[in-house]
Design a protein around this ligand. Structure first.
Ligand code: AG3
Length: 270
């Protein structure tokens, strides 16, 4: 933190900086370093290992897109598993979508505690009767559980450090075994511009295990380049649900269709 600016480094020669009022917290946990800032333009900002995870102002874009797109692409979604997502933002949208059984497996208890204190509107989802919060390793959880889910949502950090094991064939194989026949698994897959390897890893890993894999994109101003990718997969053909689309703040019927239309350079990665 230099002169009250927090910066996320994209490369040796480029970073995005947020001017901050103050730093609220900095902790080194067993898994990662977590920092929290009060920024001028985006409200509270949570970073993990120097990378922006969420801000108060634009978290809705990421959280709507990682939940609502796959939701409207499944025939039914009675149950969902979230891996990561310790802030509660993804669980919150799944509750709003009416999903009755939500299991959220977060590896780092500190993320949950910090969110409870600083992002209570998000973490409040962990008090909902439909949500079961498990502090544990998602990779191990998909191996050990015998429950199956209509939606599996991987709301992880970038594929370096603790989240690396969430982007490979062996993880996707175990996750597939926990997915119902028409279910969908989705992962955040990085910035196509600055992190093409993340998108490549997710696509390749899912294609190793699933016959249907689709990439979609969203505009997220606080993430590297602003252009963000998500990759989803299913055992069965992916089709839009026959149900009226209820808009969020970013997501709507047009976004549901349009987010699958990819720029040529993105198509060339996958
Ligand atoms: N998880 C995805 C964050 C990835 C951001 N990467 C980066 N800034 N380099 C977000 C957690 C919100 N639930």
């Amino acid at each position: 933190l230099i002169e009250n600016w927090f910066s996320e480094r994209y490369s040796d020669n480029l970073q995005l900086s947020f001017r901050v009022q103050d730093q609220l917290l900095s902790v080194k946990t067993d898994y990662q370093r977590i920092d929290l800032f009060n920024t001028y333009d985006f409200g509270k900002l949570l970073s993990i290992d120097g990378t922006v995870q969420l801000t108060e102002k634009d978290e809705y874009i990421y959280h709507e897109m990682i939940t609502m797109v796959p939701y409207y692409c499944t025939a039914k979604s009675d149950s969902a598993l979230i891996i990561g997502g310790g802030d509660g933002g993804a669980a919150k949208r799944l509750i709003d979508l009416g999903i009755k059984r939500i299991v959220n497996v977060e590896i780092d208890q500190n993320v949950v505690e910090i969110s409870r204190k600083y992002f209570p509107e998000l973490a409040d989802s962990f008090n909902n009767k439909n949500v079961e919060l498990i502090i544990g390793d998602g990779i191990k959880y998909v191996k050990d559980t015998d429950e199956s889910f209509d939606l599996i949502i991987i709301d992880s950090t970038d594929p370096v450090g603790p989240a690396e094991g969430l982007f490979n064939k062996s993880f996707y194989e175990n996750a597939r075994a926990r997915l119902s026949d028409d279910g969908i698994i989705v992962t955040q897959s990085g910035s196509p511009y600055y992190q093409p390897e993340a998108l490549k890893m997710a696509t390749k890993g899912m294609l190793d295990v699933f016959s249907n894999v689709r990439t979609y994109i969203a505009f997220i101003p606080t993430y590297p380049s602003g252009l963000w990718s998500f990759t989803m997969a299913s055992k069965s053909e992916i089709m839009q649900r026959k149900e009226k689309v209820i808009p969020g703040r970013y997501f709507n019927e047009d976004v549901l269709k349009g987010s699958f239309y990819l720029p040529e350079f993105v198509k060339n990665i996958i």
